[in-house]
Write a protein that binds this ligand. Structure first.
Ligand code: PMP
Length: 353
């Protein structure tokens, strides 16, 4: 730390992103990226947009936002496009939390929530998941705080139904409930249809997973127009050109190629079921994943030993040190070939035990 670093950030522990090694070729099953390339339309649109990069990007993201709104079945002013969904989540912490109105989220969830809370000086409370890693919805009733729930949750992969989300939203009429739907396209039930009924619901989404655009950084928020207006106030006070022109174009191309995204999601779900069954046969315990990853533990591979052994064999998965889940690993669903290699490698490691 330099002697100039602001005191208010002195104790900040930053979020640790999954490894992106460049030194050696790994089968990368550690950051929940898509195994498929972006849509050809995304690439073509982005290429065309690259010819106009001397100009600032459209701060309104007009064409993209219109198409996103149409896709979601909502109005233009109920959507805000952002630089990854991390940005809309940060905006939500900035807009809807403060010292008197803290944040709550599960004890096991997306690791960025506590970091967003810290950097924005927001007090927060972590509510323990139940022993089976599910969210007890009544734990979130009438809390008087801004609620952040990833649905499906990460890294557990477990989803709440739309009715359960509605119960939480209904029981907190004076607080914003943020539902982070980064993984919803792999079998979750979106809460977007509820935004016309509740003025306190913000749903966030991403182009990083089902839409194969993690490297372009594109996310969005959907909610009542008053909420979106507040988020725009934060956006225009921090980074008006938050989504660059090539990403806006790529996003539009992707939305114009919805069949491609749908087919990729179908394939990922099929590969997930193949992998899940194969891992179960090898003795793994797993949660009921509605995402593009599996959350698995094995009695013969305590702690991070599976992570380390797979790394030595050229396969990267994600291990978390949190004591409640340190026996588990999160494994992204890659291509069928990648998952077959994973299963073969684990079979070999078990034989060597
Ligand atoms: N929410 C959850 C639950 C995630 O796992 C991620 C991915 N790390 C994000 C949000 C952020 O994704 P992105 O910023 O790439 O849209």
């Amino acid at each position: 730390m330099s002697r100039f670093f602001s005191e208010k950030y002195a104790s900040l522990v930053p979020y640790t992103p999954g490894e992106q090694p460049k030194d050696r070729k790994f089968i990368k099953l550690n950051t929940n990226e898509s195994p498929f390339p972006p849509s050809e339309k995304a690439i073509a649109y982005a290429r065309q947009a690259s010819e106009g990069l001397q100009l600032y990007s459209d701060p309104e993201c007009r064409a993209l936002t219109e198409k996103m709104a149409e896709t979601l079945g909502v109005d233009f002013d109920e959507v805000l496009m952002t630089n990854g969904s991390d940005e809309i989540l940060n905006f939500a912490f900035m807009a809807f939390c403060d010292k008197d109105h803290g944040a709550v989220f599960p004890d096991i969830t997306y690791g960025f929530y506590p970091v967003f809370a810290e950097i924005n000086g927001v007090p927060y409370k972590e509510i323990p998941l139940k022993d089976d890693f599910t969210i007890g919805i009544s734990d979130y009733f009438a809390l008087g705080k801004t609620i952040f729930i990833a649905n499906p949750n990460a890294p557990t992969g477990i989803a709440l139904s739309r009715d359960e989300i509605e119960e939480i939203v209904k029981k907190n009429p004076d607080s914003v409930v943020v539902i982070d739907e980064a993984y919803v396209d792999f079998g979750g039930e979106s809460a977007v249809p509820l935004i016309c009924k509740y003025d306190n619901l913000l749903v966030t989404g991403t182009f990083s997973k089902s839409r194969s655009m993690a490297g372009a950084r594109l996310g969005f928020g959907v909610g009542n127009r008053e909420l979106i207006r507040d988020l725009n106030t934060v956006k225009y006070s921090t980074n008006p050109y938050n989504v660059n022109a090539m990403t806006q174009a790529a996003g539009l191309g992707t939305l114009h190629d919805a069949a491609y995204t749908k087919e990729n999601c179908r394939t990922v779900c099929e590969t997930r079921e193949y992998t899940k069954n194969a891992l179960s046969s090898l003795g793994f315990t797993q949660t009921e994943s509605r995402t593009n990853f599996l959350f698995a533990s094995h009695p013969k591979f305590p702690g991070d030993s599976l992570y380390t052994l797979l790394r030595e064999n050229g396969i990267l998965i994600r291990h978390f040190k949190n004591p409640r889940i340190c026996d588990y690993n999160r494994i992204t669903v890659g291509s069928r070939e990648e998952m077959e290699t994973l299963i073969k490698t684990i079979t070999k490691l078990l034989e060597e035990k």
